[in-house]
Design a protein around this ligand. Structure first.
Ligand SMILES: NC(=O)c1ccc[n+]([C@@H]2O[C@H](COP(=O)([O-])OP(=O)(O)OC[C@H]3O[C@@H](n4cnc5c(N)ncnc54)[C@H](O)[C@@H]3O)[C@@H](O)[C@H]2O)c1
Length: 471
């Protein structure tokens, strides 16, 4: 059993300098709970409010569980909101997880915690999941969406870290640094210059010019490389880089080819025998994208025949679930052949693994969670319609923000707007994604007793998945 790490200031004052705080509990289909908070519970002060102060609800009611040693940047953001934050350094076993998740409104995890339908079924108060990582396949996204739970992740916070690793690998391959270092560790002095190159003036071919590919382009040019790129969409070139219209042409002109495409059916074995054959003699291949993008058997053949001068791999079709001596034949049958090749740099999927990336992920996901909890914004959600409204301000007395997650069926807005008929709808947006739709509306001229009525009427609509009223 893991022990919670004490979190200082877990129940703190709201970060807002609002002079008027109001309470707004979480209301969802599976948790009617105490759904009308105290509009009377106002704190007054002689302090003069700035004109557009945020108006958060009483955030100390929110309970957040953070597992798997999530970065301090996220803990600080969540604490500053006044949420009750409980932090564990490890993941929890399923039984403990089910016990803990029953009570919380938001949970933060990384890749080890499995949020299956079985676990989520017990999460009666849960409104949001933060995956403090890139992947989200550890969460049953569809179940979560159908039960009104928004899931956030951080797909791009580590782009710079990956780009820097690739720059390091370009130089390391050109100078055969991996082999020289291994030889020295085995007490062998092997001073050679044959087939060792400067990278200045060489051509870097980038396949996939997205977040990582485009950063890499800038870094590589600054070191004197000439950059070409291939992408399935036309993209503006940075610096003097040049887009090339076919993959084969890129392969035929590049001294280094680096892959930065997503995992898609079209990118499976994107680089196999024929593509390697199209590459220059002695060129180098780098893959820090996804393991299935390169046919590694074809790569091993090209390395052993001398067609390629070297390769760097950070990702593999099958990767071990934990650290240890697991990079063996039973994991991928070609491993014994691959590890014998000269000038091959193998790293354990560390492209995005830096302190800076972890800290940026903490900020991005921590902020997304607070914006969803406090304001209803789902921008960045991976399983939910993405929607946002500007925050309510302290001078907007008698306003209520309605967050209504519902089945994506005809007739919802008519029904909901009949419920709102006696109030002024100041803003209303709706967006759908698959079977689930999300409506945000700011309603004016609402009294405390109206809130209770509004809630009950919305709760009784047949399309309702979850409701929250923020005021
Ligand atoms: N090694 C690591 O630790 C690590 C860390 C972060 C990301 N990644 C991986 O790196 C890859 C790139 O990440 P990103 O953030 O730059 O993604 P991105 O979505 O920003 O960019 C991907 C680019 O690839 C292009 N593309 C898609 N299919 C293509 C095809 N068939 N041919 C050519 N271009 C194609 C897209 O149009 C897009 O411009 C992803 O696979 C991601 O999972 C790895």
């Amino acid at each position: 059993m893991s022990s919670p790490v004490p979190v200082s200031g877990a129940v703190a004052e709201s970060s807002s300098n609002a002079v008027t705080l109001s309470t707004s509990p979480t209301i969802s289909a599976h948790s009617p709970g105490s759904y009308f908070g105290s509009m009377n519970r106002r704190l007054t002060s002689s302090f003069t409010a700035p004109p557009k102060t945020l108006k958060p609800f009483n955030t100390e009611d929110m309970k957040v569980l953070l597992l798997e040693n999530i970065n301090k940047t996220a803990i600080d953001i969540l604490n500053q909101q006044g949420y009750q934050v409980e932090v564990y350094k490890t993941s929890l076993d399923e039984e403990e997880l089910i016990e803990k998740i029953r009570d919380v409104h938001a949970i933060g995890i990384r890749s080890k915690t499995k949020l299956t339908a079985k676990v989520l079924r017990e999460a009666k108060n849960l409104v949001a999941i933060g995956c403090f990582c890139i992947g989200t396949n550890q969460v049953d996204l569809e179940y979560a969406a159908r039960h009104g739970i928004a899931v956030f992740n951080s797909p791009f916070s580590n782009s710079r870290s990956v780009a820097e690793l690739v720059i390091g690998e370009i130089i390391a391959l050109a100078r055969q640094l991996g082999d020289r270092s291994m030889e020295m560790h085995q007490n062998t002095w092997n001073k050679v210059s044959a087939k060792c190159w400067e990278i200045r003036g060489k051509t870097l071919g980038i396949v996939g010019y997205g977040h990582i590919g485009s950063q890499l382009s800038v870094l590589a040019e600054s070191m004197g490389m000439s950059v070409v790129y291939y992408d399935v969409v036309p993209l503006m070139a940075l610096g003097t880089a040049r887009q090339i219209s076919t993959l084969n042409e890129l392969l035929s002109v590049s001294d280094f080819v680096t892959l930065h495409v997503p995992q898609l059916p079209e990118t499976h074995n994107l680089i196999s025998g024929p593509q390697i054959a199209a590459m220059k003699e002695g060129a180098y291949l780098i893959n820090a994208s996804r393991g299935n993008v390169v046919d590694i058997r074809a790569l091993v053949n090209a390395l052993s025949s001398g067609k390629l001068g070297g390769a760097a791999l950070d990702v593999y079709p099958n990767e071990p679930a934990k650290n240890g001596p697991h990079f063996v034949e039973t994991l991928n049958s070609w491993i014994p052949e691959l590890v014998k090749q000269k000038n091959v740099i193998l790293t354990p999927h560390i492209g995005g693994s830096t302190e800076e990336a972890q800290s940026a992920i903490g900020v991005e996901v921590g902020t997304a969670l607070t914006k969803y909890i406090n304001e209803g914004s789902t921008i960045g959600a991976v399983n939910f319609p993405e929607l946002s409204l500007r925050p309510l301000s302290a001078d907007e007395e008698g306003h209520v923000r309605v967050l209504y997650i519902h089945s994506n069926v005809p007739g919802v807005l008519r029904t909901v707007n009949e419920i709102f008929a006696d109030h002024n709808i100041e803003k209303q947006y709706s967006e759908s994604r698959g079977e689930v739709a999300y409506m945000m509306a700011d309603i004016a001229d609402v009294t405390t007793s109206d809130i209770k009525t509004l809630y009950e009427q919305l709760y009784n609509t047949p399309f309702r998945i979850a409701i929250r009223l923020l005021y």
